[in-house]
Structure formats: structure tokens, C-alpha cells
Design a binder for this molecule. Sequence first.
Ligand code: SIN
Ligand code: CO
Length: 388
Amino acid sequence: MRHTCRFSRRSAGEFLQRYWQKSPRLLRLAFPGILPAITPEELAGLACETGVESRLIIKTGGQPGWNVRHGPFKTADFSKLPEKNWTLLVQDTDKHVPELADFLGHFDFIPRWRVDDLMISYAVDGGTVGPHVDAYDVFLLQVLGQRRWRITRKHLPPLIKPGLQLDLVGDFKPQHDWLLSPGDMLYLPPGTAHHGTAVGECMTFSIGMRAPTDAEMLADLSTRLLARLDKHARYTDPDLSPAISDTSRLNTKTLAAIRKRMCSALRMRADELDEWFGCFITEPKSWLIPRPARRRLTPAVLAAKLKHHKKIARSPAASLLWSVAGTRHIRLFVNGRCHLLPAGMAEFARLLGNRRMYTATMLAPWLRKPHAAKLLAELHNEGLLYFP
Ligand code: SIN
Ligand code: CO
């Protein structure tokens, strides 16, 4: 993709301070001269693949007014579409197309774990997904043609219509009405009602953020708590006293004993919680897990192959984060797994996490260290690193 983004370190700081999670912001020509790394035909091709989440949304004249279909599609599905009023949306395109994963690098001023995916929509004239609210921050970047965005910060009621397969809002009266052309970008904080309509053929990139709900996190955390619990440990009361006339009462001693047991089952040290969060947040959706490498390599063979190929790449579907763990270790999280490494390997983790392509020269010092060489071979064998 040939373009530059206008976000400098200073303007990113200003943007975060003034608008991030606070107020919508229209950035005219944020990406001047943008040329998307994917054509509408390639996007349609992606929507025909298994393991790719996609939807076709057609605005119809009848009731409930919308027709929603889910992919994977067949090429023939696209030839039967009306001339106007439809949109194709493809989720997680950055996990499937390396160039699109690289494009997300323009948003590196936001910590990587907060960036969820790059969804791409292609629409013909009049195409729209209706007025709605997203629960997360989103950057809507116009990459081809024009789209009219109408937005309001007012809290709106959900639109209730029998058979409606979309979460839309009712009573939509825009506070702003903007026409976006290629390179223009609109930032919306969570909860902003928005209604986009294609003006002629157009393509829009939605860079969606991730902010897990407490319920989501607690559900995942509880499976981890359950896994470490002794399944046979149960309530005991060898010191039971006769209940006599109070047999229906949950007495104070019993309730205190239950509280104590449950508090101890829920207790987690700070380092255990930190480890859980890294695993939780890097866990990929089941359909996005990369396939293991066809040929497993030992660290020595990987080093030799790297000398020959000159570079190795990280799969766009690999989610990689790291954190400091005390003074002696770091944790490297890769697709839901935690690797505890010596603190001296922070530079290695930074290199792996901040880039997607690694040259033989970059990795040479690390391949001499057994810990790092073993890890690189493991990541290759799991399909998370590949020779491009
Ligand atoms: C679209 O691109 O048509 C919809 C994107 C959104 O509203 O989040
Ligand atoms: Co939206």
C-alpha cells in the first residue's frame, strides 16, 4: 500500500488527549493518496473462503427492509446482486492478508492489544448497513469512492422490527453530515450512532478497537480458576454441633466457612492474573488459528534456512505481546500461550512484537542463544512464522 499517514508522534498525542474515547473527529486527508492493498474483486474472493467471516447486507424495499446473508459465498452469489443498495463486509482482513496486517502499523500509537481488526466494506451506490451504534472505538477510513457519514452523539433507542437481523437504532437525526473521499478518516468513540451510505461505488476500512467486557474476562478467568482447583475438594465439617431446634438455619459458622473456602478458591496472585490476561488477550478466534507448518524444523535447520532465504515473516494471524515479569523475567504471549523468558530477552520480544518481517541479520544474535533459537523453531512449527 503506497501512502503516508498524517499521525506523527505529536499529533497522535494531541488526538488521544482531545478526542480518544471522548469525541468524534473528522480527519480530512489523514492518508493522502491512499491506494488500498486489496481490490473489490479480491475482497469478494476473500469472502468466498472458509474461515473468513463475511456478510452481504442488502437494503430492500419490503419488510423488514434488510436482507442479511452470511459467507462464505460463491462467486455466483455476486452476479445475482441488484445494481444498488448492497454492501459486502469482511471481518479480520488483517489476519488473512499480510499487507493489510502491515497497514495496521499506522495505528501503532495505540497499544497493539487494543486494536481488534481491520474490517473492509465494499458497497455499490446506496449501500448501507443502517444507523447503528458500535460498542468500541472505530476509525472509518475511506479508501475508494465516497461515503456519506451521518452521526449523532445522542442516545437512541434500538429499532424493533419483526425479522430484523441487524442491531439498528431508531429516531436517527444526525448532528453532523459529512461526505468522505479517499484518504479522509472519521474517528468515532464507543456509543456514537452512525449511518454510512455509499455515494457511488466505494470501499471503507473500519479499524475497530478491542475492549473486553468485565463479563467476558471473568468468564475466561473462571475457567482458569476451575482448572487449578482440586475437583475433589469439598465442604467438610468434622466439628459439627447438634442443630437441635434450629435445623433450617444457615448458621454463622457455616456461612463463615463457605466464605473462607470461596475466597480462597478465587484468590489469585498479581503475577497469576497478569499471566492470565496476556494469554486471554492473545487467544485467537478458533477459525483464525494458523495451520502448523508442513515441515517441522529444529533450531539449527531454521538458522540454516534463514541464512539461505534471508528473511522470515510472522503470520498475520499471530498475536504477539509481551510484559515484564518481576526483575528477572519477561513473559512473551503468543496466540494464547505464555513463554517465561529471562529478562535479557526483552529486546528479542520487542523485535518479534513490533515487526512482522525479520531479516537474517536481525535474528543472527538471537539464534546463538538456545532459548531464543528454540522459541523461533517452535513458532515456525506452529505456523506462526513462515518463509515468505
Ligand atoms: C460500513 O463500512 O459500511 C460499516 C462500518 C461501520 O459502521 O462500522
Ligand atoms: Co459501525
